[in-house]
Design a protein around this ligand. Structure first.
Ligand SMILES: Cc1ncc(COP(=O)(O)O)c(C=O)c1O
Length: 336
């Protein structure tokens, strides 16, 4: 495995994005062409259901569970298929034998899907407490200081959608195990972009969506997603992660620190595949988002910052296209 982004050339495996640079996987991952073909077959089968054999009812979910299990290091029978992150968290909220006085810890600023499902527990006498860690992401020291005898469960995202920070799952999980606290992780912004082995981590439950870094469709849990997950497994998540990090590195190297302030970590274990940045000049960030779009570069604008999130199908040239716009001293003259 090499960190050279050119080492993994998979651009022919994806649809081409009409010539645009899709640097927005943290919003939507594209279906690989093998999954598009699987979706077309599934549509044809549903239009003529006489083609669907009875064995599909068991075979389709079995194959997907096996692929997801391989991806995160658990046996297939420990995988539950749902249609969203929110659904997975609702299952946990409903499935735990809560006692009045229990406490659930969450992190302020986390993505709403990680927070909202727990809030109705207040009606059952369970206290839901939002931690506000310095710098936004929770570390083990702060968690240890916040745990009380009433703490029953901690839920946090692995990678934070709005800051791009990755938390240390091993350290947080160890703290939870020590205190007998259930540790729930939302892996939506990390699984598929970085390796995760639950057989070696003190995590009790992992939830996530399939439509970002796992390159699946919305409402996942049917056959085109199996094709996408099997496609990623075929390449190997280690290689995907190396390529993604090389693209992130290329972007960060090209970014002018005098003009841009990073909200995501520049280096170290907290760095993910989400680079979050703002122009130091007020109002400029929003305009840059439009200028990037006009130049054929798709990134997200989230909470007043740009979020750049490259994945395996991107090239160094995509990153350079973004940098070219971010490097301009002045906005282009409006030709209208
Ligand atoms: C951290 C995180 N979790 C979950 C989701 C999506 O939630 P759901 O699968 O419930 O639609 C997103 C989407 O942006 C996200 O960033």
């Amino acid at each position: 495995v090499t960190g050279d982004p050119s080492a993994l050339d998979v651009t022919g495996d994806f649809g081409g994005f009409d010539g645009r640079a899709w640097l927005n996987c943290a919003h939507q991952g594209p279906l690989p062409l093998v999954a598009v073909a699987a979706a077309e077959r599934a549509l044809a089968d549903k239009a003529g259901p006489h083609r669907i054999g009875d064995q599909a009812f068991t075979e389709v979910p079995r194959r997907l569970k096996a692929a997801l299990g391989r991806l995160v290091g658990v046996p297939a029978d420990q995988v539950i298929l749902g249609n969203s992150t929110t659904y997975g968290l609702h299952l946990l909220v409903q499935g735990i034998d809560w006692r009045r006085g229990d406490e659930v810890l969450l992190v302020a600023g986390d993505f709403p899907a990680t927070i909202v499902p727990w809030l109705p527990l207040a009606e059952r006498g369970v206290r839901v407490r939002l931690l506000e860690p310095d710098g936004g992401a929770l570390d083990a020291g702060r968690l240890a200081a916040e745990l009380t005898p009433a703490t029953r469960l901690l839920c946090t995202s692995w990678v934070f959608s709005f800051t791009g920070q990755a938390v240390d799952l091993a350290a947080l999980g160890r703290e939870c195990r020590r205190a007998g606290v259930i540790f729930v992780v939302n892996g939506s912004q990390g699984v598929g972009a970085a390796p995760l082995d639950l057989s070696a981590l003190p995590v009790d439950a992992l939830v996530g969506c399939g439509f970002k870094w796992l390159c699946g469709p919305y409402g996942t849990g049917f056959c085109p997603w199996t094709a996408a997950v099997e496609y990623l497994l075929g390449i190997g998540v280690d290689r995907v992660a190396a390529r993604d990090q090389a693209l992130v590195e290329r972007f960060l190297q090209g970014l002018d620190p005098d003009r841009y302030r990073l909200a995501s970590p520049r280096r170290g274990p907290g760095r993910s595949t989400l680079v979050v940045l703002g122009h130091r000049q007020p109002g400029r960030t929003e305009r840059l988002h439009e200028e990037l779009a006009a130049a054929g570069v798709d990134v997200a604008l989230r909470r007043g910052r740009l979020r750049v999130s490259p994945h395996l199908y991107n090239t160094g040239a995509d990153v350079d296209r973004a940098l070219e716009v971010l490097d301009r001293r002045t906005a282009p003259v409006d030709s209208r």
